[in-house]
Ligand binder design. Structure first.
Ligand SMILES: *[C@@H]1O[C@H](CO)[C@@H](O)[C@H](O)[C@H]1NC(C)=O
Ligand SMILES: *[C@@H]1O[C@H](CO)[C@@H](O)[C@H](O)[C@H]1NC(C)=O
Ligand SMILES: *[C@@H]1O[C@H](CO)[C@@H](O)[C@H](O)[C@H]1NC(C)=O
Length: 393
């Protein structure tokens, strides 16, 4: 979920994502992801905390593109499942104050925690992308929050006095979720992550986001699980991470089935968001990509921002989409979404029509689950860089 606005007096972080600014272009040149050996673990050997593994489940309901895992909140810890969301910075979850609006979710009960401190301030957080593959319409992904602090536990390590927010109301779009909240994992260490760092956890985390058919998806806090990828990691340097509070890299161009056009072969800053399922591009770019795949991919006016094509036609379409970036060594590297991701499943409103993986939304270039599912990713706050290597599936 990409945090769009936080309307509140609270001292919480939520940068309004600004339109991505074009950057100077490198010279695209495709190389395989094997250019750099990373000394795994070595620089962190003197640190006090070992990496913490958090198993992740895949939300499989018409999509295979959203992952969540458990944290403990309060004393004694109440188990709360959250999406580990690189597109936002704060921790918020359903509470008993939310009542029937959160009826399907596990609700944190503050009266059962001896370490809970109520903050007494309220506000709302509005997301620019929601759960699953449905686009945002107006403010239909919004949480009403109340601030607090409490102890948060992950993988047996407790962090006291973490700033967090209780969900006291939510738009109905959140109601079917199998998880209770969102743990922001933006590129600036705050809250839980800052507390773990203060205890000696290395300043990075890694994601292994697998399809449900493979399972064993995992978040590694403070480390890299080298059994989950092949070859070596290739890192890109973050762009304006502090200012934007987003994990961003500059892409030099997009190719579809190995070919580009003058419109696609342009510089764009992409936000990498583990909480967004699909790919999001402005309308003109969305349509430029689809034009390279099939003229029959058309906007679905029933769900503005989405596109689709007859399900009977979709599986035979080649639709390999590659994004070129520049590594820290100055070499071009590509990240590729295979054709198998083109369909995100039938529309609820019309089951003959299958939704395609890019949603159009002006001012946003977002890479979400459709791509992150195919790479092991290392989110290195300490060095302000983002690394990838092909997943082992
Ligand atoms: C799947 O999602 C739909 C729409 O969001 C919801 O109505 C339904 O209850 C969900 N089903 C399951 C099994 O979670
Ligand atoms: C809640 O927010 C208010 C207003 O920003 C702040 O003064 C207070 O310290 C916060 N309380 C907690 C417990 O986070
Ligand atoms: C993209 O444009 C550059 C020149 O700016 C050119 O060298 C390169 O070959 C183009 N790439 C593709 C895939 O068209």
């Amino acid at each position: 979920m990409l945090c769009a606005t936080l309307t509140t007096l609270l001292l919480a972080l939520c940068a309004s994502a600004s339109p991505a600014t074009p950057r100077p272009r490198g010279v695209p040149q495709t190389i395989s992801l094997t250019s750099r050996k990373v000394a795994r673990g070595a620089p962190h050997a003197r640190r006090a905390l070992s990496p913490i593994g958090v198993p992740l489940a895949d939300y499989f309901n018409g999509t295979d593109l959203q992952w969540f895992g458990d944290i403990g909140v309060g004393t004694p810890p109440q188990t709360i499942s959250v999406v580990f969301d690189t597109g936002s910075q704060t921790l918020e979850f359903a509470s008993t104050l939310c009542g029937s609006a959160c009826a399907n979710q596990v609700q944190f009960d503050p009266s059962e925690s001896s370490t809970f401190v109520d903050g007494g301030s309220t506000g709302t957080i509005t997301f620019a992308t929601g759960v699953g593959v449905d686009p945002v319409v107006g403010n239909n992904w919004q949480l009403t929050l109340r601030n607090a602090t409490d102890t948060v536990t992950v993988g047996g390590i407790s962090v006291p006095d973490v700033s967090l927010f209780l969900i006291t109301d939510q738009t109905p779009t959140f109601a079917p979720d199998p998880f209770s909240g969102i743990q922001g994992m933006g590129p600036i260490a705050t809250g839980l992550f800052a507390g773990l760092e203060a205890q000696g956890l290395p300043s990075l985390f890694s994601l292994y986001l697998t399809p449900q058919s493979v399972g064993n998806a995992e978040l590694t806090l403070g480390g890299i699980d080298s059994t989950k990828f092949t070859g070596d990691l290739t890192f890109g340097t973050l762009v304006d991470a502090v200012e934007s509070q987003a994990w961003q890299l500059t892409s030099t161009g997009i190719t579809v089935n190995g070919e580009s056009t003058s419109g696609l072969n342009q510089s764009r800053v992409f936000i990498f968001d583990s909480g967004t399922s699909n790919i999001v591009l402005p309308k003109a770019d969305t349509e430029a990509v689809y034009a390279q795949i099939s003229p029959n991919i058309k906007p679905n006016s029933d769900e503005p921002g989405t596109y689709g094509i007859a399900c009977s036609e979709i599986s035979s379409l080649p639709a390999e989409i590659s994004f070129t970036f520049t590594s820290q060594e100055g070499e071009a590297f590509t990240l590729t979404i295979p054709s198998s991701e083109l369909s995100v499943g039938p529309f609820r409103s019309n089951p003959e029509l299958c939704q395609t993986l890019i949603n159009a939304f002006e001012d946003f270039n977002i890479i979400g689950g459709s791509l992150l599912k195919h790479y092991y990713s290392v989110w290195d706050l300490g060095n302000q860089r983002l690394g990838f290597a092909p997943n082992i599936l």
